[in-house]
Design a binder for this molecule. Structure first.
Ligand SMILES: O=P(O)(O)OC[C@@]1(O)O[C@H](CO)[C@@H](O)[C@@H]1O
Length: 337
């Protein structure tokens, strides 16, 4: 079982335009769609489509349209009532695949909701194989929500005398830094899935001013590799799945590094591509595949998602891992474990 937690879920409203966006003008909308969203929800949707046993934990009321959307897909959920509607995030999608994303901040969670969210997650995830913490945390006093969730799950697993889940985190900014800094400087996170900008921001937050900015890393996969390899022991995480957009992704672990280039696709929408990559990674790890195959699945899922409209996530038959070029890389950075 894989448990995903989406602390700040969303209804994703995608507006498809038949012509490029013209700022400040009136344009006709070609089509509109609404999908259940938020990073952990998207990961759960893709895992469910891949027949992986998954449970999505979401703070939202039982009557919220988000829940009906997820339930209609057959994804198992635990809803923690909040008393507030789920936020709406808007994507404007242009014919060439350019997406402009306007994300609402979301409503703060009351202290009782946070307590219940932590308790529900601990109960459900303590015996799971993976706990996935994905997306932003709501505004307010919850910046340390992810370390609190991890600590509660670890405590519950210990009570039950089980090993507890591996932990994957896909977030950014202070929420990402909070899991790195938890537990006396040593993270108990097994995987982070940043993009180049998120990794650069994390490095800067931790005082590594020598690390290049996100644009530079994304444009230079060798530099991105050296950076991820040098940061791995500093961050104390088990692995970094670094997504590089159209250039593919890198997997950097304590045992080695791999790079992968995606198959050619017709770009429709990158929304949800990173979440689909994480789902591909997890489904492959869950199936016991070796790292090169795991990365191939991650990149195939991300590419397939980018070829689909809106926040859609792919089914396995829509992915082409056979067309992903994976390369095992020699270690080139010093200082790793
Ligand atoms: O505000 P966050 O939580 O960082 O991101 C939310 C979001 O942009 O992420 C998903 C795509 O990755 C969308 O479904 C959703 O709208």
């Amino acid at each position: 079982m894989i448990v995903t937690v989406t602390a700040n879920p969303s209804i994703d409203r995608t507006i498809d335009l038949a012509a490029p966006l013209r700022l400040g003008e009136v344009q006709v909308v070609a089509s509109m769609r609404e999908q259940a969203g938020g990073k952990g929800v998207n990961v759960a949707r893709a895992l469910h489509a891949a027949d992986v046993d998954v449970l999505a934990v979401v703070p939202c009321d039982g009557t919220d349209p988000l829940l009906a959307e997820i339930a209609a897909l057959g994804v198992a959920t635990v809803a923690v009532p909040t008393g507030a509607p789920v936020r709406s995030n808007v994507t404007v999608s242009e014919p060439d695949g350019t997406t402009t994303k306007l994300n609402a901040e979301g409503a703060p969670l009351d202290a009782e909701v946070v307590t219940r969210l932590i308790a529900e997650t601990a109960e459900r995830a303590a015996t799971a194989q993976w706990l996935v913490l994905a997306g932003s945390v709501p505004p307010g006093d919850t910046i340390d929500l992810y370390p609190r969730l991890i600590a509660a799950v670890r405590a519950r697993s210990a009570e039950l005398g089980v090993a507890g889940p591996a932990v994957a985190v896909d977030t950014s900014g202070p929420a990402l830094a909070s899991v790195i800094r938890s537990e006396s400087g040593r993270s108990s996170v097994d995987l982070i899935k940043p993009n180049a900008h998120e990794l650069a921001e994390l490095a800067a937050t931790l005082g590594h001013t020598e690390v290049a900015d996100g644009d530079t890393l994304e444009a230079d996969p060798d530099l991105a590799l050296r950076t991820a390899e040098s940061l791995l022991p500093v961050l104390g995480v088990g692995a970094i799945l670094l997504t590089l957009g159209a250039a593919g992704a890198l997997l950097v672990t304590r045992d080695g590094s791999w790079s992968a280039r995606p198959p050619r696709i017709t770009l429709r929408s990158t929304v949800g591509a990173g979440d689909s990559s994480l789902a591909g990674y997890l489904s492959a790890v869950h199936a016991g595949h070796p790292p090169d195959r795991v990365l191939a699945l991650a990149v195939a899922y991300g590419a397939a998602a980018a070829s689909l409209a809106g926040s859609s996530v792919p089914r396995p038959d829509q992915t082409r891992p056979d067309l992903v070029e994976v390369t095992a890389l020699p270690r080139i950075a010093a200082g790793h474990q």
